[in-house]
Design a protein around this ligand. Structure first.
Ligand SMILES: [Fe+2]
Ligand SMILES: [Fe+2]
Length: 246
């Protein structure tokens, strides 16, 4: 779908006069995104300094820094959208639990490959969410969604590139390591889309804030990810092993 094209007849031009149910869903959705992405702006010791120190080459470091800078700008988008809705991204907001557990796995990364896997999975999910917002009913969100979607696609491609580069750099142990780390990142990747039977997803769709169900998104995601893992010539992990949300 091209920029500006809409999949819903509902349109809300700004924060004033929103139906209570709609505002609640919008704040909920933006809060998840903001809780996740504000870490780039507010916790640079974890999201910038640590990975920069771990990145093995100047090229990896430069690409990571560019990726991080996009994310800091994304954080500023969600902060502004939430501020307009009366929600402040402050210390108390950032003390709430991380809504998607893969984002905590990033901070526990022991190997540069794990940063590749993080972007390969989590930024790809960011792209899927960005696509949900292209043409959505909240116009201030729809206006930035196309750019966010494209940038997240770029981040996911960066993740793939890191994985491929790592295999080239370390032909002997790279594949073995990737297979080892995939065991935990693959289920976390599929879990990002939440439970297939969740009730709220249909409310988001009814209000024009999302177009696809959790299950539809997860299936498309799985197919895309599997094709890329095929290209890297690593075996596809069992889609049900180690999963927390089915
Ligand atoms: Fe982002
Ligand atoms: Fe991203």
């Amino acid at each position: 779908m091209a920029a500006g094209e809409s999949y819903t007849a509902l349109k809300f031009s700004g924060p004033d006069g929103l139906p209570a149910e709609y505002k609640d869903l919008l704040v909920r959705m933006l809060s998840i995104q903001s809780r996740i992405e504000s870490e780039y702006m507010l916790a640079p010791e974890r999201t910038l300094m640590k990975p920069l120190a771990m990145a093995p080459t100047a090229e990896d470091k430069a690409e990571y820094a560019a990726f991080w800078s996009d994310e800091v700008r994304h954080a500023s988008y969600w902060m502004k959208l939430l501020e307009d809705l009366g929600v402040h991204v402050d210390d108390a907001f950032m003390a709430t639990p991380m809504p998607i557990y893969i984002f905590e796995m990033r901070d526990r990364a022991e190997d540069w490959i794990e940063y590749g896997l993080f972007s390969f999975f989590a930024d790809r999910q960011g792209a899927y969410m960005g696509y949900e917002w292209v043409g959505c009913s909240y116009e201030p969100l729809a206006r930035i969604a196309d750019r966010v979607h494209k940038e997240e696609l770029g981040h996911a491609a960066f993740g793939y590139k890191l994985l491929r580069r790592n295999l080239q750099r370390d032909p002997e142990h790279g594949r073995e390591k990737l297979i080892h780390y995939l065991k935990k990142w693959y289920p976390a990747g599929l879990d990002m889309f939440g439970k297939s039977g969740s009730k709220r997803q249909h409310e988001f769709m009814r209000w024009g804030l999302r177009r696809r169900t959790n299950e539809q998104m997860r299936e498309e995601f799985e197919e895309e990810v599997n094709a890329l893992l095929d290209r890297l010539e690593v075996p596809i992990p069992d889609a049900t092993a180690g999963r927390r949300f089915l």
